[in-house]
Each structure stands twice: as structure tokens, then as C-alpha cells.
Design a protein around this ligand. Structure first.
Ligand SMILES: *[C@@H]1O[C@H](CO)[C@@H](O)[C@H](O)[C@H]1NC(C)=O
Ligand SMILES: *[C@@H]1O[C@H](CO)[C@@H](O)[C@H](O)[C@H]1NC(C)=O
Ligand SMILES: *[C@@H]1O[C@H](CO)[C@@H](O)[C@H](O)[C@H]1NC(C)=O
Ligand SMILES: *[C@@H]1O[C@H](CO)[C@@H](O)[C@H](O)[C@H]1NC(C)=O
Length: 480
């Protein structure tokens, strides 16, 4: 018992300081990183990135093999997740008592109960593994750029090897079973499942940074291997029925589809394709996403409008940045692209800021901040002072956010204090991984998911990880 308490104590200390955040999405110009185009104001952001690189890497490497269930193909290398708002109705099954899970999944009829989260969603780890992997690759690549310490690049490429490239553990390039609805006669994924791989944008951004830095870890074999994977996945995104239905989604789901496709087209060197992809977005669903006053009507009708406005803004900004990477000549005018009713990304941001964060969404307040930083830096003199002044009130130590590093120039509001992001969380009692609401929240569009953040489980997982216990074992412990 004494041993247990000591271990828990260590887990608490190691884990609670400046907990890793998963920003909704972003694209980072590799040239900006290679040139180290930020100044001393970003020293706190550098510190945060290095800390997040190390903390996140402790959970890796990640693989689709870790999930404790096998897709209909019989091949665990196919990605699989379950649709979170669907519940079994076993009244029509032969036998209504004590059906074992394997029979419930196949013999009962699944029905949608909107807003009611089926906790067995968490049994399948692929979606969370991919999110953690893509964040860890990004933070480790940035930490490598900041420190020139090879260990960070080594971690990033080992995670890419395990998730994508290994013949034993690598994911197959499709999402045929993402957000799958179980039950009688049901054995395919849902269009919304495409969002499970939104982090491909971060992977593509990371790979372009490694290439630009000529990192010795980014070998020709790895480059060819990941490009091959990406070409097959692009083919899936452009031809599979599920993918095409997600592309047609008018709200944030569609926005994030274009994030993924455009980013990996950049990664394989198809700049013309990436440009066309984002132009399709701007001339297509973007047109209906912003009203003249800046309201995003398709996000406003959701149960957590502040969160969804911020989420779609991050996706729209990412699309603009992908386009600018493909064709820098579109800058700066492209930021002011009007929607059909004359709204722009800036009016959407201003509307979201003006609306404030309602108390029932307080956990999501900081989700808007990376987008504020992005526009402040992109618009320069036009908006810099106004937005940075807002940030200095809303989150005084914003210069210590990781995103501050790649959203320059940006006024640091003269902040000279200590890293409060870190100080606050060190003094808390643990279980603070939800700070800002961004770490453990995954947008699933129609399916709103709160991934559990129970302090006990987080700490237990850290302790187990330090003994090399795998994620699949953890899943069994936590959810059996
Ligand atoms: C990085 O520096 C090079 C050489 O000075 C320059 O050509 C390039 O435009 C810079 N890129 C960025 C994104 O600052
Ligand atoms: C029905 O229930 C029994 C007892 O729980 C179980 O052994 C059996 O496998 C179930 N399924 C069917 C289809 O009979
Ligand atoms: C993902 O990271 C969070 C902490 O940021 C952790 O609580 C969770 O267990 C991790 N899950 C996996 C599958 O790595
Ligand atoms: C860094 O640049 C910002 C403008 O983006 C400026 O306000 C700040 O004073 C600079 N800080 C240092 C230490 O040079």
C-alpha cells in the first residue's frame, strides 16, 4: 500500500505541471520554423513546447494494434472506432438476458440517442491514440527545431514508423470503420469518422519541417514510405463514399476534411492540388458558413456554440494557411475572402469574441485564443493591438502558450512574469488535463464527446506506463 501511495504521488507530480494541450488544428509554415523567425518574447512558448514534447512522448509509441477489438476485415491494422451516441436495443434479439458484448454488438439493433454518450466508445483506443500521436509528433518536431537536440526528432520519427510505416503495426490507409455503428446488418463506418484523422494536418506540417531542416532522421526511405501511404489515403479521401459525404458536410466537418486533404497534398508535393482543394472550400461550403454579422449559423445551433464557433474558426484558419503555403501570392488578401453574405474569418472571430464564453462552456474558453493569435499576427497593424490587448486580459500569460511561437509577430503585452501556465497547474491537485477543455475534447460533429478525464485514471495510466504496461492492457483494466 505504501508503495502504491508513493507511485501515485510521483504520477501526480510528474503529470500535473503544464499539462499538454491539443489545439483543434493548425498549419505551421516550415520556412518560419527553419528560419527561427520568432524573438525572445517566445522563450516561454519554447519552454512549454519542450515540456509538452516530453510529456506527450511518455504515452507513445501508438499503434492501431492496441485496440482490444478486431474490425470486420479481421485485420487490426484497419482503423476502427465506434459511433458514440448509438445504443443497443436488445428487445428483438433471441435472448435478452446477459448477452455477452460480442453478441450485443452483432445481434441487437443500435439506435441513436442524441447527446447520450455510450461509454463503451472508449474501449476502442484508435481515435485517442491518433490524436495523442499527432500532437506528440508536432511538439517533438518543434522541440527539435528549438533545441537541435536529436532525441526529439528520434521520438517523432519512431512514432511515425509505428503508426504508419511498420509492416506489423502500421495503419492501413483507410477509414472504412471509423465511427462505426454496430448491430444487425451494420458493419461500416460513418462519414463523421473522417474527423478522427484531422491530426493528419499536424503530421504533414511536422514532416515538412523535418524536411526543411534536413533532419538526418528523416531518411529517403521514410519520406518515400509516408508519401506512398499518403497517396493511397488521398485516393481514399477522394473516392470512398464515406469520405465524399464528409466532404459535402456544410459545417466544421467539411472544413476539417479540407484541412486533411490540402495538408497531405502539400506533404506529397502536390501544391497545385492543395491550392485547388482549398479554393474548392472557399468557393464551396465556406460561402454558407459565415453571416454578414460574423455569426456561424451552422455552429450556433449546436449544444455548445462557443466551442463550435472556435472549432470551425481554427479549421478555416488552417485552410487559409494551407492555401498560402501552396501559393504565397494569395497573401494577404485571402484572409478577407467574403462568404456569400459578406462575412469574413475576421468578422467571425470578432463575433465569437463579442459573444463571450457562457458559463456552461467555461472549460472551452481558451479554445478561441490560438485563432485570436493567428489573426493578430496575420493582419499585422490592422488588428494586432486590439487582439493582443484582449488576450492579455483573458489569459495574461498567453506568451507561454505553444501557439505563441508560430503566431508572430504578436505583441507580448510586456508580459515578464513567470510561466503561470505551469505554476497554476503545479499547485493544483492533479487531474487538470482538461484545462482549457482542449486536451480531452474531441469534436465529433453531431456526436459530442467528452473523453473522460478522471484524475485517477490519468494517474494510474502514468504509473502503469512507467512500468511499460501497454495501452491495450490499460483499456482492459479501465473499462472491463
Ligand atoms: C527563410 O529565410 C530564407 C532565406 O533568408 C528566405 O528566403 C525565406 O523567405 C524565409 N522564409 C520565411 C517563411 O521566413
Ligand atoms: C443467450 O444467453 C445465454 C446465457 O447468458 C448464453 O449462453 C447464450 O450464448 C446467449 N445467446 C444466444 C444466441 O442464445
Ligand atoms: C492521451 O493523452 C492523455 C494526456 O494528454 C492521456 O490521458 C491519455 O491516456 C492518452 N491516451 C493514449 C491512448 O495515449
Ligand atoms: C518581439 O516582437 C514583438 C512584436 O511582435 C515586440 O512587441 C517585442 O517587443 C519583441 N520582443 C523582444 C524581446 O524583442
Amino acid at each position: 500500500m505504501a508503495t502504491h501511495l508513493t507511485l501515485l504521488g510521483l504520477g501526480l507530480l510528474a503529470g500535473s505541471a503544464n499539462a499538454v494541450k491539443s489545439y483543434a488544428n493548425d498549419w505551421i509554415d516550415p520556412g518560419y520554423i527553419v528560419n527561427k523567425s520568432w524573438n525572445l518574447s517566445a522563450a516561454g512558448a519554447e519552454e512549454t513546447i519542450i515540456s509538452w514534447a516530453q510529456q506527450s512522448a511518455a504515452y507513445g509509441p501508438w499503434s492501431v494494434l492496441n485496440k482490444p477489438a478486431t474490425p470486420p476485415t479481421g485485420d487490426k491494422r484497419d482503423f476502427m472506432s465506434w459511433a458514440p451516441y448509438w445504443w443497443p436495443d436488445c428487445s428483438q434479439a433471441e435472448n435478452t438476458t446477459e448477452l455477452p458484448p460480442s453478441e450485443i454488438y452483432t445481434d441487437c439493433t443500435y439506435v441513436r440517442r442524441d447527446g447520450v454518450f455510450n461509454p463503451d466508445y472508449r474501449i476502442l483506443t484508435d481515435a485517442q491514440s491518433f490524436q495523442n500521436m499527432s500532437d506528440s509528433v508536432l511538439y517533438n518536431v518543434l522541440a527539435y527545431a528549438i533545441t537541435d537536440d536529436a532525441k526529439f526528432a528520434d521520438s517523432a520519427v519512431s512514432f511515425i514508423d509505428t503508426w504508419f510505416l511498420s509492416q506489423e503495426t502500421g495503419m492501413k490507409p483507410n477509414l472504412d470503420y471509423a465511427q462505426m455503428i454496430r448491430g444487425v446488418g451494420r458493419s461500416v463506418g460513418s462519414p463523421t469518422g473522417v474527423l478522427d484523422l484531422k491530426g493528419m494536418t499536424k503530421i504533414a506540417s511536422s514532416v515538412m519541417i523535418l524536411r526543411s531542416m534536413k533532419a538526418p532522421q528523416w531518411t529517403v526511405e521514410r519520406d518515400n514510405g509516408l508519401n506512398d501511404w499518403a497517396r493511397q489515403y488521398i485516393n481514399w479521401l477522394q473516392t470512398a463514399e464515406l469520405a465524399l459525404r464528409e466532404r459535402a458536410a456544410a459545417n466544421n466537418h467539411g472544413t476539417y476534411y479540407f484541412n486533411q486533404l490540402g495538408a497531405i497534398q502539400l506533404m506529397i508535393g502536390d501544391f497545385t492540388g492543395a491550392r485547388g482543394t482549398i479554393m474548392d472550400f472557399l468557393g464551396g461550403i465556406y460561402q454558407g458558413q459565415i453571416e454578414a454579422n460574423g455569426e456561424q449559423p451552422l455552429e450556433a445551433v449546436r449544444t455548445r456554440p462557443y466551442h463550435y464557433r472556435a472549432y470551425n474558426l481554427a479549421g478555416m484558419i488552417t485552410n487559409i494557411r494551407i492555401l498560402a503555403q501552396a501559393d504565397p501570392s494569395v497573401l494577404p488578401a485571402i484572409w478577407h475572402t467574403p462568404s456569400a453574405s459578406g462575412g469574413t474569418i475576421q468578422t467571425a472571430l470578432d463575433f465569437a469574441i463579442a459573444g463571450g464564453c457562457p458559463s456552461n462552456e467555461a472549460d472551452y474558453a481558451s479554445e478561441l485564443f490560438p485563432s485570436i493569435g493567428a489573426l493578430a499576427s496575420a493582419l499585422g497593424q490592422g488588428g494586432d493591438g486590439k487582439y493582443a490587448a484582449f488576450l492579455s486580459g483573458a489569459e495574461p500569460d498567453y506568451p507561454h502558450e505553444a501557439w505563441f511561437l508560430w503566431n508572430q509577430p504578436l505583441w507580448d503585452s510586456g508580459f515578464t512574469g513567470k510561466n503561470q501556465l505551469k505554476d497554476e497547474e503545479e499547485s493544483s491537485e492533479g487531474g487538470t488535463d482538461t484545462k482549457g477543455g482542449s486536451v480531452t475534447t474531441q469534436d465529433q460533429g453531431d456526436k459530442e464527446i467528452e473523453l473522460e478525464s478522471a484524475a485517477g485514471r490519468t494517474i494510474l495510466s502514468r504509473v502503469l506506463m512507467s512500468f511499460g504496461v501497454t495501452v491495450s492492457v490499460l483499456a482492459a483494466i479501465s473499462w472491463s
